[in-house]
Design a protein around this ligand. Structure first.
Ligand SMILES: NC(=O)C1=CN([C@@H]2O[C@H](COP(=O)(O)OP(=O)(O)OC[C@H]3O[C@@H](n4cnc5c(N)ncnc54)[C@H](O)[C@@H]3O)[C@@H](O)[C@H]2O)C=CC1
Ligand SMILES: O=C(O)[C@@H]1CCC=N1
Length: 276
């Protein structure tokens, strides 16, 4: 019998985790999801077949969702996580594993708002889980048994790569894979804009950039794929790509990307301080 799952706050990220789990074959009847308002509820129900409860219509939605849940995914914004823990703590089964997907909220911050001994896992997933191509960092609190951690890892593993990491590395994971899809979409936007500057129609430039980023991502999706080797495979000696890479190196593009990632990690640390 499958574990009963609850998703509280089923927006962009928790929705992607849920869709990934359903696509990997999980029984939707074992899942209850909550949303604050009903605007996306019908679509979520129709698409996934899970039970959807709406907070605006039923103040007990989150409590009902967790009452027999074995694993509870918290998917609200960081600022709302501890209040959500306060709300549900006495309705949880003592063995229920809390899995937060929120950036910057530590295991100890959550534990302070739950009953003693409640198992807590902090995760940093990303939205490509929705299409079976996610990347997830997972850290377990001290009350989490090896079996419970394995159950959480297996839920994510059906739709992405999963790494168990020390909690101290979660801001870095967030800066690389949590936010990372946005960096790649940004690159696609910049490539499309560059195509327009070179005289392509905007629709053509956008489609070429989109298909190129998607195709390159597919080539990288093999766990053994080496980005440097793949790049060299496109770069003919004294050809066109070599000139582009040299121009990127002149502008220190790698350092610029490192600066962006460092800014993301620093923001996570600042949010932790603001909300502690
Ligand atoms: N969007 C992303 O790519 C990623 C987001 N995250 C984390 O995921 C969390 C959520 O972010 P998003 O999904 O982007 O936001 P979102 O705004 O799309 O989703 C939040 C959802 O929670 C619902 N909600 C708010 N309060 C609620 C309550 N008390 N009970 C039930 N539902 C409630 C909202 O109606 C909304 O549907 C954040 O903590 C963020 O740090 C983590 C990794 C990546
Ligand atoms: O932008 C954010 O704060 C969240 C966390 C990682 C990705 N999105």
């Amino acid at each position: 019998m499958e574990n009963k799952l609850a998703f509280l706050g089923t927006g962009s990220m928790n929705g992607a985790v849920l869709r990934g789990i359903i696509a990997s074959g999980y029984d939707p009847q074992a899942i209850t999801a909550t949303l604050r308002s009903d605007d996306k509820a019908e679509a979520l129900r129709a698409e996934t077949g899970v039970t959807v409860l709406i907070g605006a219509q039923d103040p007990e939605a989150n409590l009902k969702a967790v009452q027999d849940a074995d694993i509870v995914f918290l998917g609200v914004k960081p600022v709302g996580i501890t209040a959500l823990c306060d709300e549900i703590k006495d309705a949880l089964k003592p063995t229920a594993v809390i899995v937060s997907v929120a950036a910057a909220i530590t295991i100890s911050m959550m534990a302070e708002h739950l009953n003693p001994g409640q198992p807590v896992v902090r995760s940093m997933p990303n939205t490509p889980l929705k299409v079976g191509a996610g990347a997830v960092g997972v850290s377990a609190g001290e009350s989490v048994s090896a079996d419970a951690l394995e159950a959480v890892v297996q839920l994510f593993a059906g739709s992405g790569v999963v790494h168990v990491v020390p909690e101290s590395q979660q801001d870095a994971v967030s800066a690389i894979s949590g936010s990372g899809p946005a960096y790649v979409f940004y690159l696609a936007e910049a490539m499309a804009a560059a195509g327009v500057e070179l005289g392509l129609e905007p629709a053509l430039a956008t489609d070429l950039a989109r298909a190129t980023v998607a195709g390159a991502g597919k080539m990288l999706s093999d766990a053994q794929a080496d980005p440097s080797a793949l790049r060299r495979g496109v770069t003919s000696p004294n050809g066109t790509t070599e000139r582009a890479i040299a121009a990127f190196d002149e502008t220190n593009l790698s350092q610029i990307i490192a600066r962006g990632a460092a800014a993301a990690a620093a923001r996570a640390a600042a949010i932790t301080k603001e909300l502690a």
